[in-house]
Design a protein around this ligand. Structure first.
Ligand SMILES: Cc1cc2nc3c(=O)[nH]c(=O)nc-3n(C[C@H](O)[C@H](O)[C@H](O)COP(=O)(O)OP(=O)(O)OC[C@H]3O[C@@H](n4cnc5c(N)ncnc54)[C@H](O)[C@@H]3O)c2cc1C
Length: 287
């Protein structure tokens, strides 16, 4: 199908883009990589009066790796991020997650800002953002605000971004006391996952000082599995039974739904397996 009729705008500066959002925010869609928006337009699931293409706005495709933080501009393409050696060095689980998004051709267009703004509950990056306790920068003509992942994702395809705001950057704190692993299970490489888990562990003398576990594709937004996190704190991390208990706690605390891709019980089993595998890898046991 062809998209519905819309007015096309391609601002050449951030100020111009924000001015257009002030004027048309409620009746417009922002076009970034277009890998989700264009299908939505063609299927007529989105019918904006205006499409505001931000590809010509300069300064939004930045990668800044500083001690304790990876900050990425909204228009940075996933393909560039997955190849960035600095990100791989400080946040290998994040680099692994990039490679799980769709296929190389799609990743060469997909932007980090578009991927996170789209708020698909099966998307990898929102889950990684949750495990890293990350945040997003929302900018309007009145200024910028930083919003934590937990306050950003509301439900399927819905965030707390106001219609006059542009997501301008994403920040992943990289506390060097934490080591992370990301893993997902998908039917075919490049598909959206049936379930995915990002696990971060901070150790103190062999015992778990803090744990961060997130899951995707099992709820209407990315979630943290706090019962599993609590089950891990204080345990001897070399104890396989303790790690296994955490994976059982994760399976018990989630509430996946049945859908055409699998039953709730099936997804519960996937999450338990993924938690177990990521914990084993972090413990130095190959999984
Ligand atoms: C075959 C296929 C497989 C895919 N598999 C996966 C997968 O496994 N995992 C995954 O995560 N994704 C997957 N995707 C989705 C892909 O990653 C999308 O491109 C991505 O979700 C949206 O990014 P985009 O830059 O293309 O944004 P667009 O399609 O341009 O925009 C998406 C939405 O975000 C809004 N938006 C874009 N940028 C901003 C901004 N800066 N501020 C505010 N709002 C903004 C748009 O208005 C729109 O509503 C797949 C897509 C395809 C076609």
């Amino acid at each position: 199908m062809k998209p519905p009729v819309f007015e096309y705008r391609d601002p050449r500066s951030l100020d111009e883009a924000l001015g257009l959002l002030d004027e048309h925010g409620d009746d417009s869609s922002i076009l970034a990589g277009g890998q989700s928006l264009i299908p939505l337009l063609n299927l007529r699931l989105a019918r904006p009066d205006y499409v505001i293409d931000i590809n010509k706005v300069p300064g939004l495709d930045t990668i800044e790796v500083s001690p304790g933080c990876v900050r990425v501009g909204a228009m940075t393409r996933i393909r560039r991020l997955e190849r960035d050696p600095q990100i791989r060095a400080v946040a290998p689980a994040l680099a692994d997650a990039f490679r799980n998004i769709a296929h190389p051709q799609i990743r060469s267009r997909t932007t980090i800002g578009g991927n996170i703004s789209h708020a698909d509950p099966s998307s990898e990056l929102p889950g990684v953002l949750a495990a890293y306790d990350g945040r997003v920068q929302l900018t309007s003509s009145s200024g910028s605000r930083w919003v934590s992942w937990a306050d950003f994702f509301v439900t399927v395809f819905t965030t707390t971004r106001e219609s006059n705001e542009l997501l301008t950057a994403v920040e992943f704190p990289t506390d060097q006391n934490f080591n992370y692993e990301f893993e997902e299970i998908a039917r075919r490489p490049g598909d959206y996952p049936l379930a995915g888990v990002c696990t971060g562990i901070s150790l103190d003398g062999g015992r778990v000082r803090a744990a961060r576990l997130s899951a995707i594709a099992i709820a209407d937004r990315p979630i943290r599995m706090t019962a599993a996190e609590s089950a891990l704190v204080g345990v001897d991390f070399s104890n396989a039974a303790a790690r296994q208990a955490a994976s059982q706690a994760a399976a018990a605390e989630i509430h996946p739904m049945d859908d055409e891709h699998g039953s709730a019980a099936f997804r519960r089993g996937l999450v338990s397996t993924l938690v177990n595998r990521t914990l084993d890898r972090l413990a130095g046991v190959s999984a």
